[in-house]
Design a protein. Sequence first.
Length: 175
Amino acid sequence: MENFKIKKVSINDIIQLQEIGRKTFFETFSESNTEENMAQYLEEGFSVEKLSEELSGDNSEFYFAVIDNAVVGYLKINSGASQTELQDNAGLEIERIYVLKEYHGKKAGQFLYEHAIQIAETNKVNFVWLGVWEENHRAISFYKKNGFVEFDKHIFVLGTDEQTDIMMKKNLKNQ
């Protein structure tokens, strides 16, 4: 495993967060979506205004995975009312784990995931949950390998396209 470090993202890192967010999202989904839908989502979902709002919220946190002073991926977690669906105080949502394509297979995603689990355990939540696009087989396999199971589905809108996300959960109690 590479020597990754975690850096909590602050408002001072907003441009770097915007850049890594847009780049990793584009790398992950551009082949499967229209150019127009991607452009719309990247503009709206990663605007400085939206990221500022998310960073200043009480229940959302971002973390960078850093190696040799370079940001190679990031994590976004939500608790309480900031969760996108369940909003259950007994749970923690992993909203995003994205890693630059050149670092796929180098354990950066696993490193970010383990940091999220550490936070969940520190906060004594009962479960961690997330939504993952049904066509993102790589991510689904990753989460299944880490003990997540499917429990529901929801709609995620990318531009004008309604897509189905599989909702997955991992119980942390009684393990």
